[in-house]
Design a protein around this ligand. Structure first.
Ligand code: GLN
Length: 238
């Protein structure tokens, strides 16, 4: 069965819903999983406060997935994955806090919902942030050093080997963080200058670079695969 038109369309102008009501109705365990059993494009929420969220949307569109710009908790309704884009992590953190999205995203992930962070998004996912220390969602056991590669003003582009494909992957770094340490069970899918640059554990994926700013869909494809596999597992267990 295909999704209804209403559900497969990206929407950015949601009616305001009270935070408490949104929490009651949207964040029940398994809600996003149940929707995953339907056929039709996956629906991924992209936190759209500032930064390069539009580039993520374009990449998802290319891969046949739908995206929703997320600015309020109610925008998360029906999302089967969440992307935290690059930008300025301090600004994004403040916004997530103000909108109640900080807790909502943590709750989504704790129910197995897939979350992918790029650059500032990776900083928000870490358990420990340095330079300067900053609060974070703490969804991936790693220590990150903000602006760790120096204060690159323009982008630096590198090609590095990954575990995702045979050919090297194009990596665009823009004032990216360095992953200084990773905890137990974190898989390192790619490195740059000897430091982990693409890491995952369970339903959480983080890149210190910007795959959305290249023409290569490998990392987004991997995220959609993670999301689909997680949903299939949850569906067979229920
Ligand atoms: N340096 C930024 C931060 O610390 C991240 C840069 C980026 O996302 N391109 O938030």
């Amino acid at each position: 069965m295909r999704r209804s038109k209403k559900n497969s369309k990206a929407k950015s102008n949601q009616k305001p819903v009270s935070r408490a009501a949104a929490k009651r109705t949207l964040l029940r365990p398994g809600r996003f999983v149940a929707r995953n059993t339907e056929k039709g494009p996956m629906r991924i929420g992209i936190v759209a406060v500032q930064g390069d969220f539009a580039a993520h949307a374009a990449m998802l569109r290319r891969l046949g997935a739908d995206s929703v710009e997320v600015r309020t908790v109610s925008d998360l309704e029906g999302c089967e994955g969440i992307i935290l884009p690059g930008g300025e992590s301090t600004t994004q953190l403040q916004f997530l806090r103000e909108e109640g999205l900080f807790d909502a995203i943590r709750q989504f992930a704790s129910h197995g919902g897939p979350v992918f962070g790029t650059c500032a998004g990776a900083i928000l996912l870490a358990t420990k942030v340095k330079n300067p220390p900053q609060e974070s969602l703490g969804l991936l056991d790693m220590t990150v050093l903000r602006n760790g590669y120096g204060r690159q003003l323009a982008s630096d582009v590198f090609f590095e080997r990954t575990k995702l494909k045979k050919d090297p992957l194009e990596m665009v770094f823009i004032r990216g963080p360095i992953i200084e340490e990773t905890g137990k069970g974190i898989s390192i899918l790619a490195t740059h200058e000897g430091k982990a640059a693409l890491v995952e554990k369970g339903n959480i994926l983080a890149a210190t670079f910007h795959p959305e700013l290249t023409d290569d869909p490998t990392v987004h494809e991997h995220f959609l695969d993670m999301a689909a596999k997680g949903a299939a597992q949850a569906a067979s267990a229920s």
